[in-house]
Design a protein around this ligand. Structure first.
Ligand SMILES: [Zn+2]
Length: 74
């Protein structure tokens, strides 16, 4: 067995713990950002008149159909 100081052991323990936590945080943050860039289900619209399906990322409740111009409600 290798004799080590108690403060050195505590320091190493904390350093490894913080390192693992930072690694997990970076991985989860990069996954969250990748998910934000992909199109969400609530941005997909289906026209009630011509049944055309399209993506409108700006509209919140109402969106105008790019094909027929019908105003669609969420
Ligand atoms: Zn339409």
């Amino acid at each position: 067995m290798i004799p080590i100081d108690l403060s050195l052991a505590l320091g190493l323990y904390l350093l490894i713990g913080v390192g693992i936590m930072s690694l997990l945080w970076v991985v989860s943050e990069s996954r969250r950002r990748a998910a934000d860039l992909s199109p969400k289900e609530n941005r997909a619209w289906a026209c009630g008149l011509c049944l055309y399906q399209y993506i409108d990322s700006i509209a919140e409740r109402f969106s105008r159909c790019p094909r027929c111009g019908n105003l669609n409600k969420k």
